[in-house]
Ligand binder design. Structure first.
Ligand code: NAD
Ligand code: ZN
Length: 375
């Protein structure tokens, strides 16, 4: 056997810094915003079949009007298409168009498009730049921030991917005009999650204005998006690789993911997180970490958006407590067979013990919390 030592020098990792622009009427300004980024020879918009007609064609026109070289590549909308086959199809389409390394991808769409297009960018010719232009509320407040890109496999969601940050995020609140209300609520749950865990003041704004929010009041939506991003950026930059603090953004997700899986993805992710928030708040209350008053406040906030105890009861009744607990063990926060929960301490803060954000919870408490909602 020959053993040679290879002392390779990896390219220096530079600090990553990019801007998120949030406003109304921004689609028109995209060409100007692009001109402030790394200069490239051409742009390829990656979008889904729904967004293509609503916004994609318009964006191509805006780019061409500004004399920018622009192409559009699409795939069928829906989570079921966030897979390796679509990755390959999009990559081949770009190769066929002879896109070189001097190409920038514009990911125009919801979280599915963002994850998919970002992953194509991360892998195309070993990585090319891309810009997120999120169009769903969930993508605006959550998936476009943090640099996580990837695809699903038959073994589970998001199992193949990379950390690949965009050059910029451009959020036009006007894009939400045609977003179905169910999708708005789906994304709002991620915002409410982050406000409940780290910003009581903004949570109050949401509580007091839930009717206006559901009517898509632009000023309020812009405020919620901007604040959600600000908070997520804070968490992500302090803990890029999910070692500890980033667990906070997964609050409500241990039970949320479980409901999502057991119900075979028949409810939107945000809705599942909403129900997960109810159960995980109850867990914290049962452990004496959260006051009953604050637990009821959480339930009240969620109720305005249709995430009710009655609806949760109907969902949980379909599964045995054992099946739910077993599924929580598959959650990515489970380490060596033990599930770590983030525990809400009060509205706007989570429990931190010796700088750790995840806490082991006795199965009996989880059972008691689940029983509370099903009785
Ligand atoms: N990368 C991350 O950090 C991260 C975080 C959270 C979620 N995600 C991923 O995000 C995905 C879910 O994102 P999503 O909820 O946006 O789903 P989605 O992308 O499937 O969008 C939902 C539906 O809304 C449509 N849509 C989007 N914008 C629209 C608009 N402006 N007007 C009308 N229709 C519009 C889409 O075409 C789609 O049919 C999941 O795949 C999830 O894994 C990723
Ligand atoms: Zn989520």
């Amino acid at each position: 056997m020959n053993t040679l030592s290879i002392n390779a020098k990896l390219p220096q990792q530079k600090a990553i810094e990019y801007q998120a622009h949030i406003g109304t009427g921004l689609l028109k300004q995209i060409p100007n915003l692009l001109k402030t980024l790394t200069p490239v020879a051409r742009y390829v918009i990656i979008t889904d079949s729904t967004i293509k007609n609503i916004l994609g064609v318009r964006l191509v026109k805006e780019l061409k009007k500004a004399s920018l070289e622009a192409d559009i590549v699409t795939f069928s909308a829906g989570e079921k298409n966030k897979n390796e086959a679509t990755h390959s199809k999009l990559t081949h389409a770009m190769l066929q168009k002879k896109c070189g390394r001097d190409t920038m991808i514009l990911a125009l769409g919801g979280g599915v498009v963002g994850d998919m297009a970002g992953y194509v960018a991360a892998t195309y010719m070993r990585g090319i730049p891309y810009v997120h232009i999120p169009t769903s509320f969930l993508a605006m407040v959550d998936s476009s921030i943090g640099g996580k890109v990837g695809v699903d496999t038959k073994f589970g969601k998001n199992l193949i991917g990379a950390f690949w940050h965009p050059e910029a995020v451009i959020i036009d609140i006007d894009c939400l005009k045609k977003l179905p209300q169910e999708q708005l609520i789906n994304g709002l749950m991620e915002s409410i999650k982050i406000f409940l865990t780290s910003d009581a003041k903004t949570l109050e704004v949401v509580e007091n204005n839930w009717k206006k929010i559901l009517k898509k009041d632009s000023t309020l939506l812009q405020k919620i998006v901007a604040r959600s991003i600000e908070l997520k950026i804070g968490v992500v930059t302090r803990d890029e690789h999910e070692a500890n603090e980033r667990m906070v953004v997964n609050w409500g997700h241990t039970i949320g993911h479980t409901i999502e899986h057991l119900s075979n993805f028949s409810f939107g992710h945000g809705y599942c997180v909403g129900y997960g928030i109810l159960v995980e708040s109850k867990i914290a209350e049962l452990m004496g970490v959260l006051s009953t008053e604050d637990f009821e406040k959480v339930c009240e906030t969620m109720q305005g958006f249709g995430i009710t105890k009655i609806a949760l009861k109907a969902i949980l009744k379909k599964f045995s407590t054992q099946a739910i607990i077993k599924q929580t063990l598959i959650d990515k926060k489970a380490r060596s067979g033990k599930v770590k929960y983030v525990l809400l301490e009060k509205i706007g803060a989570v429990k931190i013990t010796k700088e750790m954000f995840g806490h082991e919870v006795d199965k009996k408490i989880v059972t008691k919390a689940l029983t509370y909602f099903t009785k």
